[in-house]
Design a protein around this ligand. Sequence first.
Ligand code: GDP
Ligand code: CA
Length: 324
Amino acid sequence: MRITALAGGVGGARFLRGLRTHLDATPDLADSELTIIGNTGDDISLFGLRVCPDLDTLLYTLGGGIHEGQGWGRADESHRVQGELAAYGATPQWFALGDLDIGTHIARSQWLAQGLSLSEATTRLAQRWGLPDQRVTVLPMSDSPVETHVVVEDADGQRAVHFQEWWVRMQASLPAQRFVAVGMDRATAAPGVLDAIRHADVVLLPPSNPVVSIGIILGVPGVRDALRGTAAPVVGVSPIIGGMPVRGHADACLAAIGVECTAGAVAGLYEDFLDGWLVSQEDAASVRLPRAQVRGRPLLMTDRAAAAQIAGAALDLALETKRG
Ligand code: GDP
Ligand code: CA
C-alpha cells in the first residue's frame, strides 16, 4: 500500500513513527511505502546555515535520534558551539542549536551551496537515518524557500517577525494578526509531492498544527487540488482535544485566522477534501461533519505504542471510507 502524509514537526513525527510501527507489526501492511510531505515554512537561516526544524524532527524521530522528552532536537546533545557563539555576542541566541544538530545544518547548507535542491539534500540526510530501509521517504513540500512570518502588533505598531521568533522567542505571547507565507507566490511543489498525493492508496493528516504546519503545506500550489482530486481516502487526526492543543500554541494560531479551537472547527479547514476525522472520545459526540466520517478514539500519543494505536485507527478509518 502507498500511504502519503502531510506533516509538521513533533505531532507529525510521533504519529508517523507510530504508523511505521503499526505497519511493521501488521503482516499484510509491512511492505507499505510511506511518503511524508514535510512543512518547510518553519525554515530559517541562522549563522549562515539553513535550518529546517520540521524536516529534521521527522528524520530524527523516524531515524531513532530524537530527544524523546523534548520531541525535537537530538538525544545526548551538547551546546558547546552555541556557548561559543554567545561568547562572541553572535545573535540570535534564543533559538536552541545543539552541536549534533548543527552537524545536520552544516551538511545540508553545504549541499545546498553546491547546487543540490532541498529535496536532494533531504534524501541524503534521510539515508544516514536509515529511512529508505524503513520504506519511508521524506519530501520537503517545496524546494523553493518559503518562510512563515507572523504579523504582530505592540506599542510600536505592526511588524512582521519570522515564525520562529514569534513561536520560540515570544512564546506566541503577542497575538498574531495574521500569517504570511513569504515566498509562496513563487513556490512550486517539490518533485514527487503532487504525484505522492494523486497516486496514494491512503492520505493521512497527522495531528499537526492545522495553521502553521498543515495550513502552510496546503498553500503550496497544486497540493489542495491534488487532495480534492485524488482517488485515495483522506483521513485526519485532530490535534485539538477538548478545545485545547495537546502541546504548542495551536490555539493562538487558530485565533489569528478566526477559527475556533475545537476538533470540529479544525476539520472545517479541510472540509473540501476530508473523508474521515479521528477525534478524541470526549469530542466525538459534539463533532458533526457534512461529508466526513467522524470516529472517537483515545488520541494522546503518550508513548510509541499509543501512537501506533492511533495511527492504526486512522488507517482503519481510511480503509473503511470511500471517497464521497
Ligand atoms: P510542530 O511543528 O513541532 O509544532 O509539530 P506539528 O505541527 O506536527 O504538531 C503540533 C500539534 O501536534 C499541536 O497542535 C498539538 O496539539 C498536536 N499534538 C501533539 N501531541 C499530540 C498528541 O499526543 N495527540 C494529539 N491528538 N495531538 C498532539
Ligand atoms: Ca513546526
